[in-house]
Design a protein around this ligand. Structure first.
Ligand SMILES: [Cu+2]
Length: 113
């Protein structure tokens, strides 16, 4: 009985991990420290996803939506324009949809000094 339960748990963990596309790289990278505000931000996902929402929060300013530049297709790599909000800490939050229809989300931060 214990072996069967172990096998079921392993199968569930394996399917959960493979079903969702993780962001493998962002530009700038998470926790980067930059001298200038980048004109663009980038995502490189492990698998194709459809980005549904990206927003940027700068220090204590209210969140501002990032223009998705008419992205409606499932893609692996995205480059989006970043609004220049001056020096400080930028917090990027994204939402998307995997090819399997599951919602995904994540975030990263970087600093401009
Ligand atoms: Cu999924």
């Amino acid at each position: 009985m214990k072996i069967i339960i172990t096998m079921i748990v392993s199968a569930l963990l394996a399917s959960g991990a493979s079903a969702h596309s993780k962001v493998s790289t962002t530009t700038p990278s998470n926790h980067a420290e930059l001298a200038d505000v980048p004109a663009q931000i980038g995502f490189d996902f492990a698998k194709n996803i459809r980005l549904t929402k990206v927003k940027v929060t700068h220090d204590n300013d209210p969140a501002v939506p990032v223009d998705l530049v008419g992205q409606t297709d499932f893609e692996r790599i995205f480059t989006l324009p970043l609004p220049d909000m001056g020096d400080g800490t930028y917090h990027i939050e994204w939402r998307g949809l995997g090819m399997d229809g599951h919602a995904m989300q994540g975030d990263f931060t970087f600093e401009v000094n």
